[in-house]
Design a protein around this ligand. Sequence first.
Ligand code: UT7
Length: 328
Amino acid sequence: MTISMILRSQIVGSGSYLPSRIVTNAELASKVDTSDDWIVERTGIRQRHIAADGETTSDLATIAAERALASAGLKGSDVDLLIVATATPDNTFPATATKVQSRLGMTGGAAFDMQAVCSGFIFAMATADNFIKAEQARTALVIGAETFSRILDWEDRGTCVLFGDGAGAMVLRGSWEKGGNQDRGILSTHLHSDGRHYGLLHVDGGPSSTQTVGHLRMEGKEVFRHAVTNLAQVVGEALRANDLSAADIDWVVPHQANRRILESTAKKLGLSMDRMVVTVDQHANTSAASIPLAFHSAVSDGRLNKGDLVVMEAMGGGFTWGSALVRL
Ligand code: UT7
């Protein structure tokens, strides 16, 4: 009898970094027409971290990556694929990933950026997983890093209270497994985009359009509505693809945009909120960084453990959305 083994990408390390400066809702309320009550009630956010002057996305990414490598017991030179998911690169080019690559002492393999805004980490994970499964990489470092404070309109209370800066990283390694939903590693990824909604969440600048960096603009209510529908759909898709049901999920590690989105998604899936890892209160929406930030916080406090079935999901500008179903 022949046993067919399959290659899975396992999460063997994680790390995160938040800039030291914390801006509370009360501090924001002294600058724009808002209040701690409104922000907490409508979003669940209590504070955000803001990068220091001169502190860039690559700085945040490098620290998160070093911590993830240390937790995996690996060095930069062990990595043969590095992906930085970001919508706020240091420069228009080269890729922020190449700067991080040189700082980590990774001289071989490939490093590039991934742009899917708040879904960026899921898109980067899916890409790394496919590289590993195709045996084009063995050890991938996947980073989500953002300095959204640089693209916010600090006079627009509808958006400036929602976002923060930060970075998170995971190390993925290929491992031959039996096949099936009891394997440890990424069981599936599902990605979607629908460019008809380009204008609902965008930055009104860029090198080819205005030659300025621009500011984030969002039709919040519309984004909210699509988010709940798409996130529940993409989690259902992941469960069906693996012959699993919502009752099998140990933890959801969602993109952290708004606590109310998490509550509505949990309700649609029939999951209780105590299965959701929630960190949005601590760092607001950090776009591509939010999933690895939440993941690492739940690993560190002992909530996530070996063998747990974890679904990660995100939705962002484009629109883009996706999920990764992982057995730890
Ligand atoms: O990462 C993925 C992308 N982002 C998201 O997923 C965000 C999705 N959207 C949301 O989270 C929510 O739509 C928001 C938090 C952005 C807004 O919440 P909402 O319940 O949809 O509020 P709203 O936009 O309908 O505004 C309600 C009221 C308005 O006043 P009027 O017109 O009722 O008098 C706003 O002007 O709240 C007002 N408002 C504020 N008030 C105090 C909007 N922003 C603020 C604020 N402080 N910061």
